[in-house]
Design a protein around this ligand. Structure first.
Ligand SMILES: [Zn+2]
Length: 350
């Protein structure tokens, strides 16, 4: 231990002090080099181990090093003060806002992924389409009363009349089922299609939107049966809503499927019991919730798509994305329009 060690401490301390910009770092520097248990103090304490002739020189250099470091400390403190007078370096920075996908977009991706596990390919079709694909080819002839259920928007030409072509009037797709015959017309069998798209109806209220989303599944192959339909919807429901959720096909009537069903799932709130803590469940009817329509593709629809109904059969289903999404537990939305009010307080929860 000698004066060289003291000079080395000075050199290292000055080096360590370079670039210090905030008060906390200054404090740490002070503790490390000048504090009671700092490196300089510890070195100076070793003076007792020196010979009497070495001590005066050691003491002199020690004092010089101490003065130098103290001077450096004062300089650092004043520079930090002047910098922090303008800018508080310890203040948290402004984090750039990073958004996320809308709940509907998240759900669309999830639905697409679940069906891709079953080999269903997502395809896109026009959202401004002809009456033929929206209705007529789906076994709903012109002026058929069943069409009234689809409160359809028609496209007007520049004279204000409904635009008409070889395939009838032009409409905004009132459901995703226009995909069915369009896909069959591509002429490739078998078909495993999922069509997720915007749909348009003249309706608005707590449970209805004029623009909403549907997803439509279509499977056409030889020997497709109701058992396959049940299997496909069951797979989706268990993946989307949870393993414990049951499905039920309830007879219904649609023009483009035969037979037709409404698909119900066991209520995710009361777990299918119909009661919550002794009272009636307010969400479901007797333990079941209606998800949407399904059925076996009507032979007339297969024929319209150029598919031989004697050789092939198919299953189809079409459900609302928003409806499916809000049925899932944890998402409690009483007015469906809340989804599209751009209320960040609401959207950031998802
Ligand atoms: Zn319930």
């Amino acid at each position: 231990m000698g004066v060289e060690a003291l000079k080395k401490i000075q050199e290292e301390a000055l080096l360590a002090g370079l670039g210090i910009m905030d008060a906390r770092a200054v404090d740490e520097w002070r503790a490390e080099w000048l504090g009671r248990k700092g490196k300089l103090g510890m070195a100076l304490g070793l003076i007792s181990e020196l010979t009497a002739s070495e001590r005066p020189e050691f003491g002199k250099v020690g004092n010089l090093v101490k003065e130098t470091l103290e001077g450096r400390l004062v300089a650092m403190m004043s520079s930090v003060e002047s910098v922090e007078g303008q800018l508080d370096w310890s203040f948290p920075g402004v984090e750039p806002k990073v958004g996320h996908l809308h709940l509907t977009s998240q759900t669309i991706r999830e639905v697409q992924n679940i069906f891709s596990e079953l080999g269903f390919r997502r395809a896109r079709f026009p959202e401004v389409d002809w009456d033929y694909y929206a209705f007529e080819s789906l076994n709903m002839p012109k002026d058929h009363p069943a069409r009234d259920d689809w409160e359809t928007f028609f496209i007007a030409n520049d004279k204000g009349r409904i635009k008409t072509g070889a395939k009838g009037k032009q409409v905004l797709t009132p459901h995703t089922s226009n995909a069915q015959v369009r896909e069959m017309e591509r002429g490739e069998l078998p078909i495993r299609l999922i069509n997720i798209s915007k749909t348009y109806r003249r309706q608005s209220g707590p449970r209805h939107l004029p623009v909403f989303h549907q997803f439509e599944g279509l499977l056409i192959d030889e020997g497709v049966s109701i058992a396959n339909l049940k299997g496909v919807v069951d797979y989706f429901v268990k993946r989307f809503f949870g393993e414990g959720v049951q499905t039920r096909l309830r007879p219904h009537h649609f023009k483009f499927t035969e037979p037709s069903f409404e698909l119900d799932i066991s209520c995710v709130i009361c777990l299918g019991t119909g009661t919550v803590s002794g009272g009636k469940c307010r969400i479901c009817k007797g333990g079941w919730l209606e998800l949407g329509g399904a059925g076996m593709v009507h032979p007339n629809v297969l024929k319209a798509g150029g598919v031989n109904p004697k050789k092939y059969s198919g299953l189809a289903f079409g459900w609302g994305v928003e409806r499916t999404m809000i049925m899932r537990s944890g998402v409690n939305i009483t007015d469906i329009r809340t989804l599209y009010k751009n209320d960040l307080g609401f959207l950031e929860q998802f």
